[in-house]
Design a protein around this ligand. Structure first.
Ligand SMILES: [Zn+2]
Ligand SMILES: [Zn+2]
Length: 254
């Protein structure tokens, strides 16, 4: 499986866009940074989108993406989310006030609600959503192509169920984990329900496998240098190897 990083920042600056990943050309995971990263050919190739939660940095490009799908794509397109995320987006965005309800305008679009911990199939992948610990209902995902699995925590603070599900996946190879803040910012992390580098190390102790590729995402742009220094220090001290800080344009092959 090929994971393209379209956006991986916990904020929006000139060169840092919020969360959006692309799985094998066809599937998007969150849409914080999409329209300035994909051209029309890329958009026509998409067939689905999976959402982790309703926060604006994860859905910002949704109206523009769906608009261009209606205009450019011949086939259908499906958005997958939890019940809570769907309700929030239709109540506050697709309400004919902030934006038209594009799902009433075009029959190319479909919205499917998933139940957490029940596997569903998208573009040849078996996917499960797992509730995590954030300020609004939020789910991570595990993507399984039959040979390998990759887990994505989405935005989360200290959590258990996600790691328990990862431990059940014998073919788990890589994890993308929210580390918004550097070590020392634990009060802010608790308030906003994200992880720091120190909390990441504590969370990783819950994993039974230790040779996984670990990728860090959602760093606040203003704290990026501090987070990178924390991670270098961890490697120097030999506490943990193989922690990669994601950058826009990076590709993860699993
Ligand atoms: Zn969030
Ligand atoms: Zn976020």
């Amino acid at each position: 499986m090929i994971f393209k990083i379209l956006g991986c920042s916990g904020g929006k600056y000139r060169n840092f866009g919020p969360t959006a990943f692309q799985l094998d050309d066809k599937v998007l995971i969150d849409v914080g940074t999409v329209m300035r990263k994909l051209d029309m050919r890329d958009i026509r190739a998409l067939d689905s989108l999976l959402l982790t939660h309703m926060h604006f940095d994860h859905i910002a490009d949704l109206p523009f993406l769906l608009q261009s799908i209606i205009e450019e794509k011949d086939g259908n397109f499906t958005v997958y989310s939890s019940k809570e995320t769907k309700t929030a987006i239709f109540t506050h965005i697709f309400n004919f006030s902030i934006w038209p309800d594009l799902f009433q305008i075009s029959d190319k679009l479909e919205w499917k609600v998933f139940n957490h911990l029940e596997a569903f199939n998208v573009s040849g992948y078996e996917i499960i959503s797992i509730p995590v610990n954030h300020t609004v209902p939020t789910n991570g995902f595990i993507f399984d192509d039959g040979d390998s699995s990759l887990g994505f925590t989405a935005d989360t603070y200290i959590t258990d169920q996600f790691w328990e599900e990862c431990n059940k996946k014998k073919n788990l190879k890589a994890l993308i984990i929210d580390v918004s803040f550097p070590t020392g910012y634990e009060d802010r992390a608790k308030l906003t329900k994200h992880l720091t580098v120190e909390l990441l190390l504590q969370e990783l102790k819950k994993l039974e496998k230790d040779n996984l590729e670990i990728y860090v995402t959602h760093i606040k742009p203003s704290d990026r240098a501090k987070v990178i220094k924390n991670i270098k220090d961890i490697e120097k001290q030999g506490i943990r190897e193989k922690i990669t800080v994601l950058e826009e344009g990076m590709i993860i092959r699993v």
